[in-house]
Design a protein around this ligand. Structure first.
Ligand SMILES: [Zn+2]
Length: 439
């Protein structure tokens, strides 16, 4: 990622004094006036904060590797299920494996940490942000119908945000940095609520020309959540009387940061324009660097000109609020994985009732699992084994003919290579899908 704040300019003061912000040149606190910060370029510190956390915590890389592996397994399984034309792991019915089904409710706690009256943003401004999050993540945003090359890839994530609480905390601190002090009541901030149950959003006078930063899944619970500049919080379109810094006044900073919180990376892959980095998403084009403002249609980089150019209308780019209006399908899959069984934020899905062991009459499992030569179906009492069709697929969705169902409740798996598979069991009306490991 480019150290964009090196060139970020922050305009402070009603007299319009202009100060170039270097790393060592901090934003001067507003001494007595409530002056809305003027941010000239979007700048998010999520990646910088991650790099600092990785350096400080040797276990974090391992935890994030495990989360990435679970994410990739989920994305591959979902792609395989879609190839088969069946239910996808997210939204599946049936099966004894706990799978995400329906919508995950995310209770949000907003910590308003303020030094001036303007920083103590109103309930209306806060609610406007919750409304924007719901629209953007559910693909209900009004600007989703803007014409753009990637409109066919736009997708919703299965999440719903509700405002659980607003905590207001007066503080002597006039300007905050990315050191997480705002998340600590002993340092003048306000402590996080239980990160397994709540998304914590801190609104404060974030300095250094930053609009916000998020902590990726895998980080410490006490610092989990999103920090935002108070004047980039909420939407002028929904709550006009709030305090806003144009052109970051439509609530998209939170959409971007909560995207990070759900494990999305910057769309250009944080490689400083080298075209070698990846956002770990399959359907976003390889993009050189971040985009600012509202680029002209057709802007391209790396080799993406032939596929439609940069996806600068993606929430995970750096464009202005009014010029970003989509997540891609691949990004939605990645976010969904976080809430699936074994996912870093699956506790939200469990609490929502969206992640559960389905226990219908049609639910069938295989035993033993992992298995070797043969596995047995655990059929409902009095069920006719011959009625069932049983198929085995690899994680890419290819049917494995080596595995054979005998019509009597036994699946022969001796010829199946070792590995992970999906077993699809159907009685014609209901299909149950199991993850299966051949030993
Ligand atoms: Zn970011």
């Amino acid at each position: 990622m480019k150290k964009t704040y090196l060139s970020a300019l922050v305009l402070l003061g009603s007299a319009g004094s202009l100060m170039a912000q270097g790393v060592a040149n901090r934003v001067a606190p507003s001494v007595k006036d409530d002056v809305t910060p003027v941010i000239l370029r979007r700048s998010c510190a999520a990646q910088d904060v991650l790099q600092a956390q990785l350096a400080a915590d040797p276990g974090l890389a391992r935890r994030m590797d495990a989360i990435e592996a679970q994410t990739q397994r989920f994305v591959a399984a979902r792609a395989a299920a879609q190839l088969r034309g069946g239910n996808t792991p997210g939204g599946s019915t049936g099966g004894t494996t706990a799978l995400l089904s329906g919508t995950v409710t995310i209770p949000v706690v907003v910590h308003v940490v303020y030094n001036t009256a303007a920083e103590n943003i109103s309930d209306g401004q806060i609610q406007s942000q919750i409304d924007v999050l719901n629209e953007d993540f559910q693909k209900l945003n009004a600007d989703r119908s803007n014409p753009y090359p990637y409109s066919g890839l736009a997708a919703a994530a299965p999440v719903r945000f509700t405002l659980a609480s607003v905590v207001r905390k007066a503080s002597k601190t006039r300007s905050w940095s990315t050191n997480d002090a705002v998340k600590n009541s002993k340092r003048g901030g306000d402590d996080a609520w239980d990160a397994t149950k709540y998304l914590n959003l801190w609104s404060c006078n974030l300095g250094n020309g930053l609009l916000g930063y998020a902590q990726f899944p895998g980080g410490a619970p006490a610092t989990d959540g999103v920090v935002m500049l108070y004047s980039a919080f909420g939407s002028r379109a929904k709550w006009p009387t709030g305090t806003y810094s144009s052109p970051y006044d439509l609530g998209r900073t939170a959409t971007h940061e909560v995207g990070h919180w759900m494990n999305l990376r910057h769309i250009w892959g944080d490689d400083g324009g080298a075209c070698t980095g990846s956002d770990q998403v399959g359907d976003t084009p390889n993009q050189g660097g971040e985009n600012y403002g509202c680029p002209a249609a057709g802007k391209s980089s790396c080799t993406n000109a032939s596929t439609g150019g940069d996806m600068f209308m993606n929430y995970m780019d750096y464009t202005d609020d009014r010029c970003m209006f989509m997540f891609s399908k691949g990004q939605a899959d990645r976010m969904t994985a976080v809430f699936d069984a074994g996912g870093a934020r699956s506790s939200f899905a469990t609490a929502s009732g969206a992640l559960r062991q389905t226990a219908t009459a049609s639910t069938i499992s295989v035993f033993p699992n992992p298995g070797r030569e043969a596995v047995s179906l655990t059929l409902p009492a009095n069920a006719d084994a011959a009625r069932y069709s049983v198929r085995v697929y690899d994680m890419s969705g290819h049917e494995m003919r080596q595995a054979r169902y005998d019509g009597q409740g036994q699946l022969q798996t001796e010829a199946l290579p070792k590995g992970l598979y999906y077993i699809s069991i159907s009685d014609g009306a209901n299909t149950s899908r199991q993850r299966f490991e051949k030993e």
